[in-house]
Design a protein around this ligand. Structure first.
Ligand code: TYM
Length: 337
């Protein structure tokens, strides 16, 4: 009789994070969260983190932040993050993240950080602070702390992950051990970039001052209807997919495809003979139908704070245990023991 080795998961160790902005928007969902849920079935170790430390690069009201952390955890659970399959936790409760960020920051060249697109854009929009510049180092720490192999994210985070790979390589060379930190690979879905409904040349974002620019998972049917009706398109009525020349229509095609599981080409075929107005009406119905069970689940979970807090506590304990072992190794290699 022969024994075969246990099959290795396709994605050995998954980690991803989301800022505590309260309720996620459709971009967060289609770009990341939906993949998070699917990947739970395909990995040996899965960690999903509400990255509250990252959110501090802009001033936060304490009670608002506290509520937003819980609301984000609730939303993730409502979307299908399953605490029996993944470790769901709050970043600041595992202090190794900040400690490792310091250790990594002592070797990360400033030039690497100054090249980051997000730094270049945000430093002109808000007051510069050290945390904004070193933000990707904390992100690298999040990922490397768990020896992560794969990171499901929207396309806007890919550059930060490239930096995390460079930091991993820097330390691997310094430690003379090519496999100390695995190089984390991004996993980006076909609909990895959802654009603003008001300005479809920029991404859908929580920081956009216009509420009309994004659909949040708890928006009511009427609000969804209004936002899609007012979505910026163009004067051509035919439905085509060309994000460069027709960003507004292409964004709606992509949202429809993302929610129905259709490719963009299939969506175009589906809408042959229909105009933008008819398409907006179909997209509206589809978004409402998709989001209504999530909205209901969010409402239910909001009534069960105890369950949510206990789930986060359980996740924190599990994450801390993995992090402690890895961090002790890092301290050892650096000579801090
Ligand atoms: P955050 O909180 O801005 O967004 C969370 C996830 O949602 C994706 N996303 C989008 N995807 C498609 N279209 C959009 N319009 C859109 N907006 C947001 C993001 O790509 C992300 O996957 N720095 C990260 C959080 C983070 C992290 C990490 C991620 C901290 N540490 C470690 C991965 C691994 C951020 O601010 O994401």
């Amino acid at each position: 009789m022969s024994f075969s080795a246990p099959a290795r998961a396709l994605y050995p160790r998954i980690f991803s994070g989301i800022q505590p902005t309260g309720i996620p928007h459709l971009g967060n969902y289609l770009g990341a969260i939906r993949n998070w849920v699917a990947l739970q079935e395909k990995a040996d170790q899965v960690l999903y983190c509400v990255v509250d430390l990252h959110s501090l690069t802009v001033p936060q009201d304490a009670s608002r932040l506290r509520a937003n952390i819980r609301d984000m955890a609730i939303s993730l659970l409502a979307c299908g993050v399953n605490p029996d399959k993944s470790i769901l936790f709050q970043q600041s409760k595992v202090s190794y993240h900040a400690e490792l960020a310091w250790l990594l920051s002592c070797r990360t060249p400033l030039g690497w950080l100054r090249r980051m697109t997000q730094w270049k854009t945000k430093k002109n929009q808000q007051s510069e602070c050290l945390g904004l510049l070193s933000y990707p180092v904390l992100m690298a720490a999040d990922v490397l702390l768990y020896k992560t192999t794969h990171v499901p994210v929207g396309s806007d985070q890919v550059q930060h992950l490239e930096l995390a790979r460079d930091v991993a390589n820097l330390f691997n060379s310094a430690f003379d051990d090519n496999s100390f930190f695995p190089e984390p690979e991004p996993i980006v879905g076909e609909h990895g970039r959802v654009m603003s409904l008001r300005d479809p040349t920029s991404k859908m974002s929580k920081s956009d001052p216009s509420d009309l620019s994004r659909i949040e998972l708890t928006d009511t049917d009427d609000v969804i209807r209004k936002k899609i009706r007012k979505a910026v398109t163009d004067s051509t009525s035919e439905i085509t997919y060309d994000p460069l020349t027709r960003p507004g229509v292409s964004n709606l095609v992509s949202i429809y495809g993302g929610l129905t599981g259709m490719s963009n080409d299939d969506v175009i075929r589906h809408f042959v003979g229909k105009d933008t107005e008819a398409m907006k009406s179909d997209v509206t119905d589809c978004v409402i139908e998709y989001l209504s069970p999530l909205r209901k689940r969010i409402r239910e979970l909001r009534l069960d704070e105890k369950y949510v807090d206990e789930t986060l506590d359980r996740g924190c304990k599990a994450a801390r245990e993995i992090a402690r072992e890895n961090f002790d190794n890092i301290r050892n290699v650096l000579g801090l023991t």
